[in-house]
Design a protein around this ligand. Structure first.
Ligand code: ATP
Ligand code: MG
Length: 380
């Protein structure tokens, strides 16, 4: 079988690697150059985009911000999964909010702002602690501005001055103080079969995911039910095919949706070692109409993102049950370079391994490592 992925970053690469044993060949499209590339080594392939579209059994995306003409071209093939509507719901925060509201799914209080002059009104309505998000093209905390008091409004307005808010409005959200962030990753097949991974806990630093603990500690059955109902409602409404991720804020016993990602997700990377079938294989299975694989957890896991620095020295692999996945990229500030998966018998095991890893992982790039290790050591 042959799968074409729009986007040629690490997610396409990990899908390609997962496809190898199944005999699924994955090609990727560099959405900047529109060249077809091998997602594993990024080498340009001797095949035109049109031919690759024609040759594909299924076409999917590794990120939601795909240039519209390309998305339309691919959509005409009838092979795109998930659907254009699903991708748009992840790419455009205005559409995402409309979808959540339509389904009555709790999300952060917000206001859509298409004119910076209306920001005062947002402060009146939502309070002065706000997070202002561009409705399109934001990821990893890019395209976001934080307001902690009214006095900062002129400064923020200046930062927003170069944006065309009529074209790309802002979604202004109330800054919530939540207990923690969790997410649910799952796959849905064409026949409606659903396979869900457990809720995982995500620790962000400066708007970017740094650490993911799977399964999330101290999850009540009520939280699981809420998360699964929300996932199912979204996936059914979108007639979704593939892996879908839903990011939540936990506030007491309730989950609020932060955002959805219509693709394999960073908070699912732990599944490469920690689950029976990893998210990348399950995405391929879903879009190729194969039976979904078991999402059973094989071991509690931690995933650490390597962000903005070179990969750690391979000596770190001397820490038992530690795996390194490099993405073959050149370091740049805030760029995801790879991740480390650790498995253990329990959370304390994971905490111990993280403490041992500190030798190779500098605090400047792994600011949450130490405190996370200590926290996991405390969990019985
Ligand atoms: P990513 O690509 O990492 O998912 P993103 O750029 O799409 O990030 P969001 O998920 O909307 O952006 O926000 C990034 C992070 O900022 C969240 O995970 C959370 O830590 C914080 N954040 C976002 N919205 C709010 C909010 N309303 N209140 C408090 N914190 C928030
Ligand atoms: Mg997010």
């Amino acid at each position: 079988m042959n799968v074409l992925i729009l986007g040629s970053g690490q997610l396409a690469r990990m899908m390609a690697l997962a496809g190898v044993p199944l005999g699924i060949e994955v090609r990727a499209v560099d959405v900047g150059t529109l060249k077809v590339v091998n997602p594993i080594d990024k080498k340009v392939m001797a095949i035109h985009l049109e031919t690759a579209i024609e040759a594909a059994d299924a076409i999917s995306v590794e990120f939601e911000h795909i240039p519209e003409p390309l998305l339309e071209q691919v959509n005409r093939s009838g092979k795109l999964m998930p659907s254009v509507e699903s991708i748009a719901a992840g790419a455009d925060r205005v559409k995402e909010k409309a979808l959540l509201d339509k389904l009555d799914i709790a999300n952060c209080p917000y206001m859509i702002v298409d004119d910076a002059a209306k920001l005062e009104q947002a402060v009146e309505q939502l309070g002065e602690k706000l997070i202002i998000k561009a409705s399109r093209d934001g990821y990893d905390g890019y395209g976001q501005w934080r307001l902690s008091s009214k006095e900062q409004l002129p400064e923020i307005k200046q930062a927003l001055a170069e944006l065309d808010l009529k074209k790309v409005p802002l979604v202004v959200e109330k800054m919530l103080s939540f207990e923690r962030e969790v997410s649910l990753v799952g796959a849905r097949g064409k026949n409606g079969q659903v396979a869900l991974y457990p809720l995982v806990e995500n620790l962000h630093h400066q708007g970017q995911l740094h650490t993911c603990v799977a399964p999330a500690p101290a999850i009540t059955p009520e939280l699981v039910t809420q998360a699964e109902q929300i996932f199912t409602a979204l996936a059914s409404e979108l007639n979704y095919v593939g892996v879908l991720a839903v990011e939540f804020f936990q506030m007491g016993d309730s989950l609020l949706v932060n955002e959805i990602a219509p693709r394999v997700h960073n908070s699912g990377h732990w599944s490469m070692q920690g689950a029976d079938t990893c998210q990348f294989e399950n995405h391929l299975r879903a879009i190729c109409e194969l039976p979904l694989g078991s999402t059973q957890v094989l071991a509690p896991s931690v995933m650490l993102n390597v962000i903005g620095c070179d990969l750690p020295p391979k000596d770190m692999l001397s820490v038992p049950r530690t795996h390194l996945h490099g993405y073959m990229k050149t370091p740049r500030s805030k760029r995801k370079m790879g991740h480390i998966n650790i498995t253990g018998n329990d959370y304390a095991d994971l905490g111990q391994a993280m403490q041992k890893l500190q030798k190779w992982l500098p605090k400047s790039y792994f600011p949450t490592l130490n405190s996370e290790a200590e926290r996991l050591l405390q969990i019985k």
